[in-house]
Structure formats: structure tokens, C-alpha cells
Design a protein around this ligand. Structure first.
Ligand SMILES: [Zn+2]
Length: 590
């Protein structure tokens, strides 16, 4: 599926795709709702939604606002929880080592991505690659070890509601989902909130991914459920966020773990299971407890189980980070990455100290929704997936874009941008309470380091908001650093298709024009083709070039547009006849 709005853990930024929003019915109203939600202007948002006559548009505008609250909550949890900090560190360990990777790769003349593939010696020999340096191997091992920890944290359990996944990732989703539904009810009221919950693509299994934790805790007797309203599950939610935060306070700096047969202090899934067991004999108390009392009970139980309260566990994690940031982060590491990590750490310390005194501001959905949420302000990046010709507006900086070295001087369509950010967000965004300070380095991370790290960690097989992110990182390695980049064919492109009903869901329109034949296509017909799938059929690109338009115009347009294309049923047959050839992905310079 293609995201409209997304929190990117690699740069702690919030991205939204303005071109996808532009495809929706009532896009101006929807865009305004997004803007108000980003700024935490709840009262204005409610007035704005009320002023919209078209009920589809008003629901979608509310859905987008709610999605924004969901993504903003991820930012808070990436700051405050040990698990979020671990996920951050995963990227920073690559950023900090950027100079080492580049100089080694230049020495070797080539670089294989993802880096972990270097550990398969026979495979590398088969590809005819040179042996990697020791430090490249060490970084590859570090990436693999961290991935393995995330993999080990993922537990799938059969339940009577189907398979449920318990992991740090699914806990972060459960928390963000809880906040989005709770705040939707508080801001828009219960009826509107039910409409929003139903405003999802057909066939999507949202509930399993987000509501597993409620069901599991109700089943274990730790959360009381008075029943259902319509399709919605009612819960007495006071213990919910405290238990999730207890699980996310994982011990992941290689410290000694506290373990018994049935409990472990290590990763989020084990901690979650340990807490569920450990809290059982206090089920009667935690049911009735306020958020603050539930937090107390979870802390006391953690002390018994793991020898540390949750607060102590969080403090220990922050102290290890402090030690790293102040003593171990040497001058050999990339300067902008050091500056960003310090900025992150300082905000984490401030947010944590406040949290110790006022846990309800984060753990009580009512306090969080009505007040804390409004001051949560990650840096925001605007994506334009079709590529916007020219330069971004004057008060925006380009994050991702392209300017053809020869043609840009001669023709307008040879320069465009895919992502940009409002300048001086520290000054221009009101009420930034939970917010980073060094916008410039974070933007550098979003434009240069994060794409590089993604490529190093996962090859091209990664779901990013914009394909150009990966393509730009590759181009930079090849042209600026003169490194022959080799992509492990098993990670050569992101897989996945977009069902056509998603396009009808997304746009709220019942008819669309075919991008090739211009005929009108009516719901549910048509084929949606993602940008990678288009580029995997070089024959399609060749056919476009033979279609009568000037070659350069077609080449530039195809290079620029990374949004999905929509085809009629008739053109579908023609398109599907073009053979998939992943050795010749159009536009990738190979
Ligand atoms: Zn999420």
C-alpha cells in the first residue's frame, strides 16, 4: 500500500505526499485539515471539518488529521522509550560510520548493498566481487546483529482471533492506534470517530495489527471491557499505556539481563509476556486503578520481575546513551550525525525528566490528547511523488530533487523536486514543546544520510515513501564518490502491488482517466501500477519513447514521476505483455 502520511524513524521526520492528497476529492479541504492537525490547532480543526458539506470529504479530512496524530505519537515514543531509542541507534550506527564506509568503498572501488550480503563469501565470489575490508565487515556484522535482535523480538502467537504478532514494532503501533482513536473520540465525538475507523481501504486487516494488545490484555484479565459499541470494542483503558511502556523499556545495550523460566527483562515481546504474567495476581487492583496508580503497579511489578522499575530501566538506558554521546562519539565519526544525535539525546533527557514528574501527560490518553499532543512537533517534510517541476516555493528548502547538468539551463522540465521542507520551522511552527532544535542537520540526514543508510541496510528492497530517495543515494555513490555500486539481486527492488480498489478508496472518485489511453474507467475496473513495477518493464519504457512524443520529454517525465499510474482494463492486457526484467530497471543507470 502507498502511505499518504508517514513517520520516518531514520530522521524522526514526518512526511506527507501532497501529490497523493491532490488526487482526492476535496483535496483543498483535506490539505487544510492536515495542516491544522500538524499544528495542534484542535478547535480550528473542528470548525473547519464542520464547514465541509460533502460528507465523504469531511470524513476523509478527519481521517487524515487522525493519521497525523498517530504519526506524531510515534515521534514521542521514539524519544521516550528504550525501544524507540534502540531503533534510532540502528540508523545512527550507520550514519556515524559514513566516512569509514565511503573511504573503504573508494579503496575497493566498489560496494555491495545490502552490506550484510558480504558475509556470504561464496555468493560474493560468484558475483566476482573483491573482498571487503575488515571495517566494512564489522559494520555489516553490526547491522546484522541489530536486525537479528529485532527478528528475535517478533513472536507470532495463535489466538482465537487469528495469529497475533507481539513485538516492539507492534507495541508502537498499538500505542499510536490507541492514541489516534482516543483523540478522535475526544475531538470529533464518538459517531464521527466510528466513521473514521471505517474509512480504510477494503480488505485491509487493520484491527489485527492494532488491537491485538487490547484483546490479549482483556483475555488475561488485566483490562476490563464493558462490551462493544457497534463494531468498536469498549475498554477501561487506564492500565493500557502503562503496560505498553513497561514492555517498551527494554534492556538493549548488551547489559546483563534478569531472567527466570517465565520472565525476561530483554526485548519488548518478552517483557510484555513477563508483565502479563507478573500482573495477574493484581488484576483486581489494576482494573480499577487510575492511570497514575496503574503506572505505580506496573513499576512495582517490574521491580519484582526485573530488579528495576520502569523508570529505573529508562534512566539506565538514557545514562548509557549519555555516556556514548559525551565520551565515545569521537571526531572520526561524521560531524552532522554527531550533532543530530546530541540534539536527540538532549530532547530525550528533557522529555524524560518531565515524564518522571508528570507521567499522565504521556500515559493518560485524555491529558495527552487534550494538551501534550498539541506541542508535539517533529520536523515536517512535504513529498511530491510525481515530481514538481521547477524549484520549491521560496520559503522551502529542497530535500530531494533533480537538476539535469546539461538540460536544466535550456528547458524548464529538466529540474524538479520530490521533497522539500519549510525553512526555520523552529520559529515558524507555533507551540513546539516536544521538538528537536537543529533543523539543518536533520534535513541533511533526511536528504543524504538516511537514504544511504537504507541502501546499506536493505538494498533497494525497502518501503520508503519515495523511490527517488534510494535512486538519489545510488546516484550520489556512483557520481560523487565514484564507487561502483552493486545491488544484491535478491534485494534489487521493493515488491508488492497496489490493488485497484485502493485507488478508488484513496481518491473518493468513481471514475478515472487511463494514464495511457485517456479513456474513462469506472469503478471497480482498472489497474494501478506502482513506480517500481513500471520501471521493471523496460519494454514499456521503450514503447513510451516510440509513442511520438520527443524522446527527451518522455525520458524526463518518466524519470520524474514516481507516483502510481492508472490503466484501463484494455491497456492492462497490453501492459502485462511487457516482460519483467530486473536486470535493466529503467532510469537506474545500469
Ligand atoms: Zn504507525
Amino acid at each position: 500500500m502507498i502511505p499518504i502520511i508517514q513517520f520516518d524513524p531514520s530522521s524522526l521526520t514526518l512526511w506527507y505526499d501532497t501529490h497523493l492528497i491532490a488526487r482526492m476529492r476535496g483535496s483543498a479541504e483535506i490539505g487544510k485539515a492536515l495542516d491544522l492537525a500538524l499544528r495542534g490547532a484542535d478547535a480550528e480543526l473542528v470548525d473547519h471539518i464542520k464547514s465541509i458539506d460533502d460528507s465523504w470529504v469531511s470524513t476523509r479530512a478527519s481521517t487524515i488529521a487522525v493519521a497525523c496524530w498517530h504519526e506524531k505519537r510515534h515521534f514521542v515514543d521514539f524519544l521516550l522509550t528504550n525501544y524507540g531509542a534502540f531503533r534510532m541507534r540502528q540508523f545512527f550506527s550507520v550514519y556515524l560510520n559514513f566516512p569509514a564506509v565511503i573511504s573503504d568503498a573508494q579503496q575497493m572501488g566498489e560496494l555491495l548493498v545490502p552490506l550484510q550480503s558480504y558475509r556470504e563469501k561464496l555468493f560474493c565470489k560468484h558475483l566476482g566481487l573483491k573482498s571487503p575490508t575488515d571495517s566494512i565487515l564489522a559494520i555489516a556484522k553490526n547491522i546484522r546483529d541489530r536486525k537479528k535482535m529485532l527478528g528475535d523480538d517478533m513472536h507470532v502467537e495463535a489466538s482465537r482471533f487469528g495469529d497475533i504478532e507481539i513485538s516492539g514494532e507492534s507495541l508502537l503501533e498499538a500505542v499510536a492506534h490507541h492514541i489516534q482513536t482516543a483523540k478522535a473520540e475526544r475531538v470529533f465525538g464518538i459517531e464521527a470517530s466510528h466513521l473514521i475507523q471505517k474509512d480504510v481501504p477494503e480488505n485491509s486487516i487493520v484491527s489485527q495489527r492494532y488491537t491485538w494488545a487490547y484483546r490479549l490484555l482483556i483475555h488475561s484479565g488485566l483490562i476490563n471491557s464493558p462490551g462493544m459499541i457497534g463494531d468498536g470494542l469498549l475498554i477501561d483503558d487506564s492500565p493500557f499505556l502503562p503496560i505498553c511502556y513497561g514492555a517498551l523499556a527494554c534492556r538493549v545495550w548488551g547489559q546483563q539481563q534478569t531472567r527466570t523460566e517465565s520472565t525476561s527483562s530483554f526485548n519488548p515481546s518478552e517483557r510484555f509476556a513477563s508483565l502479563v504474567i507478573g500482573l495477574r495476581d493484581q488484576a483486581a487492583d489494576i482494573h480499577k486503578a487510575s492511570v497514575i496508580d496503574a503506572w505505580e503497579i506496573v513499576n512495582r511489578t517490574a521491580k519484582k520481575l526485573f530488579d528495576r522499575t520502569i523508570i529505573e530501566e529508562m534512566r539506565a538506558d538514557i545514562e548509557l546513551e549519555e555516556d556514548f554521546v559525551t565520551k565515545k562519539m569521537s571526531e572520526d565519526f561524521l560531524k552532522s550525525a554527531r550533532t543530530a544525535y546530541r540534539d536527540y539525546h538532549e530532547l530525550r533527557v528533557r522529555t524524560f525528566e518531565r515524564f518522571v514528574e508528570h507521567p499522565e501527560e504521556v500515559l493518560d490518553q485524555r491529558v495527552y490528547s487534550d494538551s501534550t499532543e498539541k506541542g508535539v512537533a517533529p520536523y515536517v517534510i512535504v513529498a511530491a511523488s510525481s515530481g514538481e517541476v521547477g524549484d520549491p516555493p521560496p520559503d522551502y528548502s529542497r530535500i530531494l530533487g533533480y537538476s539535469d547538468p546539461e538540460l536544466a539551463a535550456k528547458r524548464e522540465d529538466a529540474r524538479w523536486w520530490w521533497a522539500a521542507s519549510l525553512k526555520d520551522q523552529n520559529q515558524r511552527v507555533p507551540n513546539r514543546k516536544i521538538a528537536l532544535q537543529s533543523q539543518e542537520v536533520w534535513m541533511e540526514i533526511a536528504s543524504d544520510l538516511a537514504p544511504f543508510a537504507k541502501l546499506i541496510m536493505d538494498g533497494r528492497n525497502i518501503r520508503t515513501m519515495l523511490g527517488p530517495e534510494i535512486v538519489a543515494a545510488e546516484a550520489r555513490l556512483r557520481t560523487t564518490f565514484k564507487i561502483n555500486l552493486v545491488v544484491d539481486p535478491r534485494h534489487a527492488y521493493p515488491k508488492g502491488t497496489i490493488p485497484s480498489d485502493f485507488w478508488y478508496y484513496l481518491t473518493g472518485k468513481d471514475t478515472h482517466r487511463c494514464d495511457m489511453t485517456y479513456e474513462t474507467v469506472t469503478k471497480p475496473e482498472g489497474l494501478v501500477v506502482g513506480p517500481w513495477a513500471l520501471r521493471l518493464r523496460p519494454g514499456f519504457y521503450d514503447a513510451l519513447r516510440g509513442s511520438g512524443y520527443p524522446d527527451t520529454t518522455v525520458a524526463l517525465a518518466f524519470w520524474r514521476d514516481w507516483s502510481p499510474w492508472f490503466f484501463s482494463e484494455e491497456f492492462r492486457e497490453q501492459f502485462e505483455r511487457f516482460v519483467v526484467d530486473d536486470t535493466r530497471i529503467a532510469n537506474l543507470g545500469n
